[in-house]
Design a protein around this ligand. Structure first.
Ligand SMILES: Nc1nc2c(ncn2[C@@H]2O[C@H](COP(=O)(O)OP(=O)(O)O)[C@@H](O)[C@H]2O)c(=O)[nH]1
Ligand SMILES: [Mg+2]
Ligand SMILES: [Zn+2]
Length: 293
């Protein structure tokens, strides 16, 4: 039986890419009864009923899945933060990082609009870049207005399924358009001049970009930690996870506990203080959350 990847879901059809061919498939009756809801990104087994058409017979186990946008088997999330306009916010970036880490998706950080960084902020941005790289996150600076960083940015997409995350206005659509001009995704400028709403809900589609696939809708629009348990939080900060076994107490939450390796690392500046402050802020936020039943 042929196998392939669902690259688009629309009006009850799943579009399965197998080698270089696209098959318009339906979920088979029997299989639909098992309540497996095929997602874009799923690896599937299908049978070809007519040329170019078929039925999905089986969905392979997923490595992860997102609800918004509904996609499975995501290899990486590219978080776009702008150096300016809107202002660079390490708090917002850390929020995205925690949400992505909690889904076992690999984050990559793109810092956009480097062509318009005010001079007095250049050093601060460079420092953040080094800090995040030290944690182990890839960081790429780029501009879509000048040639800067785009060809390096492009390389991250190769052979992977990516979702893009980031606040509105940071340049996500502009970046995708700059990498692949065929896409012509709407940017703020265009949608404003046409008087269209900013958040038009659409179907999900994976689009090809430099030999990889990217979801055409940004993910992680809700920045709440409603699905993250307090116990999971320390592992969403890789630099803290790495020190966990050095803490005196097993299951140390790096908060009030004595002889905590994380707090020691913050003291001697191996862990940047802003990261620890954000950790404590998220800790409070999750702790004070109303219990759900
Ligand atoms: N100066 C500068 N402006 C940019 C850059 N990237 C995007 N923009 C502008 O930022 C605004 C928002 O871009 P858009 O791609 O719609 O952001 P999105 O909401 O994240 O998709 C638009 O006016 C873009 O022209 C960049 O690298 N440099
Ligand atoms: Mg956009
Ligand atoms: Zn600790």
């Amino acid at each position: 039986m042929p196998e392939g990847k669902i690259v688009k879901a629309l009006s009850g059809f799943y579009y399965v890419q197998s080698d270089k061919n696209l098959f318009q498939c339906r979920g088979r009756g029997v299989f639909r009864k098992n309540k497996v809801n095929p997602l874009v990104g799923d690896e599937v087994v299908f049978e070809e009923s007519n040329p170019g058409e078929g039925y999905i017979l089986d969905v392979k186990p997923r490595k992860n899945e997102l609800v918004r946008p509904p996609i499975a088997n995501i290899d990486q999330a590219i978080i776009v933060v702008s150096a300016t306009q809107p202002d660079f916010s390490s708090l917002l970036l850390d929020r995205f990082l925690v949400l992505i880490e909690s889904k076992q998706i690999d984050p990559v950080i793109f810092i956009s609009k480097i062509d318009i960084i005010p001079e007095q902020q250049e050093l601060a941005i460079e420092k953040y870049k080094t800090d995040y790289e030290q944690i182990g996150y890839p960081v790429q600076m780029l501009s879509t207005k000048q040639s800067g960083g785009l060809s390096e940015a492009k390389k991250y997409f190769k052979d992977k399924i990516s979702v893009i995350a980031g606040q509105s206005g940071v340049g996500k659509s502009s970046m995708l358009n700059a990498i692949n001009p065929v896409l012509s995704l709407e940017t703020n400028e265009i949608s404003a001049s046409l008087g269209r709403g900013k958040h038009t809900t659409r179907h999900v589609e994976l689009i090809e970009i430099n030999g990889g696939l990217v979801a055409d809708t940004p993910g992680f629009s809700s920045l709440e930690f409603s699905e993250i348990e307090l116990e999971e939080l320390p592992d969403c900060f890789p630099e803290m996870q790495a020190l966990r076994q050095n803490c005196k107490f097993r299951g140390c939450m790096h908060n009030k506990e004595p002889h905590c390796a994380v707090k020691a690392a913050v003291e001697d500046k191996t862990i940047p203080s802003f990261r620890y402050e954000h950790y404590l802020q998220f800790f409070e936020e999750i702790q004070s959350r109303k219990p759900r039943y």
